[in-house]
Design a protein around this ligand. Sequence first.
Ligand code: SF4
Ligand code: SF4
Length: 445
Amino acid sequence: MSKVSEPETTPIQGRFGGPDGPALQDILRCVHCGLCLNHCPTYRELGLETESPRGRLYLMRALSQGRIPVSQSVVRHLDLCLQCRNCEAVCPSGVRYGQLMEESRAQILRDGRRAPASWLASRFVLRLFFSNPQRLRHLMATLRLYQRSGFQGLLRRSRHLSVLPGPWRNLEQLLPPISAHPFTARGVVGSPADGPPRFRVALLSGCMMPYIYDRVHEATVRVLVRHGCEVVVPSEQVCCGALHLHSGDRQEAKRLARRNIDVFLAENVDAIITNVAGCGAATKEYGELLKDDPRYAERATRFSALVKDVTEFLADLPLSDGLSPLHQVVTYQDPCHLLHVQGVKSQPRALLQAIPGLELVEMSHPDQCCGSGGLYNIIHPRMADRLLRHKMRDVAATGAHVIATANVGCALQLEAGLRRYGLAGRVAHVVELLDESYRNAAPAD
Ligand code: SF4
Ligand code: SF4
């Protein structure tokens, strides 16, 4: 007798509305108007209702009401969402799509039986390394050895990489050079030399940034100090939890949030600065994440109110004198989590336009996702590649030599795009370009 496989539609009885589950009344705010559809990258690519915000909300609603079981096909539709939140930004009914998606994923992950392997693996890897700064440091040291020993080159030239499971292969190919001198969280790292500071700010250094874009942190500190800030980088801070949230691990994201709240509020600062759009979006929503926690709700709201993207913070100040010409043609890619979640659009552009000699050329569709999506380009490389192809076509049409952005994931994805499509140029954070302009003007020591 042949083995009968378990039907794919086994329900998780009564589980989809558990603690931290999406509230039905929030899902019902969707009035099915469809205004979000053409803003959704997966809908634009596939033209399917089930790959649209409206379709996914409909699935969440049916799951919440127990009308459909958690099946593999339902989970696949939720999994293909980039969580770019473009739909949320344009929704006239104020549907909080991002939160609903995170809560839906948490419900599916909680049971585990229908969660995709990639979610389970993400939860394991994120908890093992990203939640633990010491283990992450060891992992980065090992990866640097792998890159510097020549083993990476050897492996890439051989055909052995193809035996790795898909996501690991994608991760290896996206792996940026690990810095020899990672940025270290170490208390006060800079202060104005010419008088008392006007602001005391804390830098959220993040989990991966210190190892792969340490130069962006260094530039951020220099520019903040130039604008009268004393900059502190609390050494006890931990990962912001954004990737955990996207993977449905709300429990761990809450634990990390509580730790960061304790650490940063103890610093008594005027602002908490981030240069990563994903971290900014997650930390600005700590208040929402911990709203039912009687011990942390008020403190989480206070923490979130202090968070500022570095471009947002600087654009509110009179720019310090001393910008020198930077003769570069630059195009700006809006990170989804900066534009759609934080509403920061004009500030990075204003900073770029303040640099003498810099020519800012807008690409077509700068607000459309590049396909990065946190771990999305590792887990869904085909969809990510389709989006990247559109993005690089728009970039190439500008004739820019520099793609400016403000998020680590976008930077990695755009750098991969330059390599893949053989385009000359580089990717830079907005604050790096400001720093370059200031440093060009600085007198030689
Ligand atoms: S725009 Fe908002 S209300 Fe309209 S279909 Fe999309 S999610 Fe629903
Ligand atoms: S978050 Fe992005 S990918 Fe997901 S449904 Fe909304 S617009 Fe589409």
